[in-house]
Design a protein around this ligand. Structure first.
Ligand SMILES: Nc1ncnc2c1ncn2[C@@H]1O[C@H](COP(=O)(O)OP(=O)(O)OP(=O)(O)O)[C@@H](O)[C@H]1O
Ligand SMILES: [Mg+2]
Length: 381
């Protein structure tokens, strides 16, 4: 039995999972990390890995490494979500209890199973027991149907949480930034690992209301990584004749290396990416490519154009001009990308709010709501 942390907020993200209590993200394990990759892997011996070690097996054994499953959380096999997921992932899909299931060497797992197992691991790492949590608030995309929300609630109840509430993620981000103080019109701009969400919030009532929303379920940091990796591949091909895309495992390794380099470009102007064994016939071969901020902004430009179009559409749908906005709240790890904040500020003539850790806004907002059960009662489950 773990220690009692009181009310808890949970963000089971497409990429990462976060827990928070009383406005603070909880350290998950000895490293103090607050993000646990939402990944599950089954190694040939049948053992299950969760989090970081699971994510690292993705390139080696994609069929038995479950990532980005939130895209089909609570979705039926015949749904649009499942069709799109099937087209972009290697998994063999089936259906269990009305929800998509992904076949692995250890059986079929639904996204709700992944959510349960990843959440269990996060609780263990935080030293908590679900039985000691009086109320759990979980963020869900504003687009989630009633039935997908019920799937989330049922999955968490099955872990032993007594009282489970779900709240729209952009509402939770707004709560993380402003608490109960009112904001007339707030724009939430959430760019994560795999998804881009925009929501216009009416903050004059509490709980806040989502007035209009939009986004792209397949636009995020992963796309930035692939666009950058493509540029590195072209350069290595030009300079040494090796094609890193000729082998999917090699290309996936490159995407991983580029993701780490991309994060460092938030702090450094240039980063050296070294790719070992670029030539399978020469195991000692190494290619090094200097990644610069200029290359990153070049790769980012078409993606930013798509994001701005989506923001414009959301504002238009609620008949709101950029001048009517009180605040722009940033959420999602990818809003740390150099130049992105500046691009938004130039476009909307307004400073962005990024004073809350963008990777944790959903969990932090959820923990604030959970700590005030009288507020949580206001949210439909
Ligand atoms: N400093 C940084 N610069 C650029 N990108 C970053 C930085 N830090 C983290 N990221 C990116 O943020 C992404 C993860 O963001 P986050 O944890 O918010 O995703 P998520 O909420 O799990 O996913 P989603 O919102 O798609 O459901 C990854 O693509 C990661 O590379
Ligand atoms: Mg997110």
């Amino acid at each position: 039995m773990g220690r009692n942390a009181g009310a808890l907020g949970l963000d089971f993200g497409t990429t990462n999972t976060t827990l928070a209590s009383l406005g603070r993200p909880l350290p998950l394990g000895e490293t103090g990390a607050t993000l646990l990759p939402s990944a599950l892997a089954f190694v040939p011996s049948g053992a299950m890995l969760v989090g970081d070690p699971a994510r690292h097996r993705r390139a080696m054994d994609p069929m038995n490494t479950l990532v980005s499953t939130k895209r089909v959380l609570g979705a039926a096999l015949g749904s649009e979500e499942a069709k799109r997921f099937a087209a972009s992932t290697p998994y063999k899909l089936s259906e269990r209890a009305g929800e998509v299931a992904l076949e692995t060497r250890c059986g079929a797992f639904r996204a709700s199973d992944v959510a349960r197992l990843v959440t269990t691991q996060a609780l263990t790492l935080a030293g908590l027991s679900s039985l000691a949590v009086p109320i759990l608030v979980v963020g869900v995309p504003a687009t989630f149907t009633r039935s997908r929300r019920s799937t989330v609630i049922d999955a968490m109840r099955s872990l032993g949480f007594a009282d489970v509430r779900v709240v729209d993620e952009p509402v939770l981000t707004a709560v993380a930034y402003v608490g109960r103080s009112s904001v007339r019109r707030g724009l939430v701009f959430d760019l994560g690992g795999g998804t881009f969400d925009v929501a216009l919030i009416d903050g004059t009532t509490f709980p806040f209301r989502v007035l209009a929303q939009g986004g792209d379920a397949y636009l995020g940091g992963d796309d930035v990584d692939r666009a950058l990796a493509q540029r590195v591949r072209e350069r290595v091909l030009r300079e040494s004749g090796w094609d890193l895309a000729s082998d999917p495992v090699a290309f996936d390794k490159l995407v991983h290396a580029v993701e780490r380099a991309k994060v460092r470009l938030t702090f450094d102007d240039a980063v050296l990416v070294e790719i070992a064994e670029v030539d399978p016939a020469a195991p000692t071969s190494v290619a090094s490519v200097r990644l610069t901020r200029a290359m990153l902004s070049d790769a980012l430009a078409p993606l930013v154009t798509r994001m701005m179009t989506i923001v414009d559409e959301v504002l238009a749908r609620a008949d709101t001009a950029p001048n009517d906005l009180d605040a722009i709240f940033l959420a999602g790890g990818s809003t740390r990308l150099p130049g992105l904040r500046e691009a938004l500020e130039a476009r909307f003539g307004k400073r962005t709010r990024h004073d809350v850790d963008p990777s944790c806004t959903v969990a932090i907002g959820a923990s604030f709501v959970a700590a005030r059960p009288e507020l949580a009662q206001l949210f439909a489950g």
